[in-house]
Design a protein around this ligand. Structure first.
Ligand code: ADP
Ligand code: ADP
Length: 229
């Protein structure tokens, strides 16, 4: 589902590459944690998958898309197959819960019938059917992240990217978000989650790809956050 082949990303302003000759394969339906200290390249890794950034060299594949060579006009096709959630939720504050989720489908031209069917399903999945008419500001952090998850999942993406999705949440709420990510993963969606949360990584025992200064220094099936540290 995701392949990086000898990918190097150097930003113009920095001397050391953010990613340095990274190669990795992630299969359909996998759940992968990307860990590593601040500045190790996790966000850059995510940005390359979305074509927010272009690699300096190497190949990036997501599904059948050759992402690094994808012309700008085709980037929306790629992004339609991917869902994203972030540490800071990124909801539209002036839209209701339901409107936030519906908007993700409106901008890609889905029919009203499809939207009217899919949005309640997605809100149901994250346990927010009863709060469809609330504004994000009226919700707790955990609830806002659940709205973001509903929005990311409503179009049944092939890949869900989660960049520190529990970074602003307390441990109990974080666990709820992980339960939802697992549920999404069980539908066949490939999940890639960048995180610093050692408790979560250790509890989940999923694949762990560890970055350090732009290189993959560990890739464990059913890994833990820190080995021998
Ligand atoms: P992480 O997400 O693990 O903290 P990043 O991918 O954000 O790591 O950063 C990796 C390296 O690339 C760091 O040295 C960072 O300073 C640098 N970097 C990230 N984004 C940019 C950018 N837009 N311009 C210049 N340097 C950047
Ligand atoms: P408005 O009068 O502001 O257009 P609507 O209730 O018609 O308010 O729609 C608000 C948003 O909620 C719209 O973006 C629409 O896509 C979405 N929406 C409306 N009805 C449903 C529904 N039954 N299921 C899912 N989404 C809906």
């Amino acid at each position: 589902m995701i392949t990086l082949r000898n990918v190097t990303k150097s930003y113009q302003t920095s001397t050391r590459p953010a990613l340095d000759n990274v190669s990795v394969d992630i299969g359909k339906g996998e759940f992968v944690f990307v860990i590593g200290p601040s500045g190790s390249g996790k966000s850059t890794f995510m940005s390359l998958l979305l074509k927010d950034e272009t690699p300096t060299s190497g190949e990036v594949w997501v599904a059948d898309f050759r992402v690094d060579k994808l012309p700008g006009r085709k980037v929306p096709h790629l992004r339609q197959r991917m869902g994203c959630v972030f540490q800071d939720f990124r909801l539209l504050q002036q839209k209701t819960v339901e409107q936030n989720v519906a908007f993700a489908l409106e901008v890609i031209g889905k029919s009203r019938a499809f939207i009217n069917r899919s949005v309640p399903e997605a809100l149901d999945m994250v346990g927010l059917a009863g709060k469809a008419d609330r504004l994000p500001g009226e919700l707790s952090g955990g609830e806002q992240q659940r709205v973001a998850l509903a929005r990311a999942f409503v179009n049944r993406p092939l890949v869900l990217l989660a960049d520190e999705p529990t970074g602003n949440l307390d441990p109990e709420t974080s666990q709820d978000i992980m339960t939802l990510l697992e549920r999404i993963n069980r539908t066949g969606t490939t999940v890639v989650m960048a995180t610093h949360d050692n408790t979560i990584v250790d509890a989940m025992r999923r694949r762990v790809v560890e970055l350090d200064r732009g290189r993959i220094v560990r890739d464990d099936e059913m890994g833990v956050y820190g080995v021998g540290r």
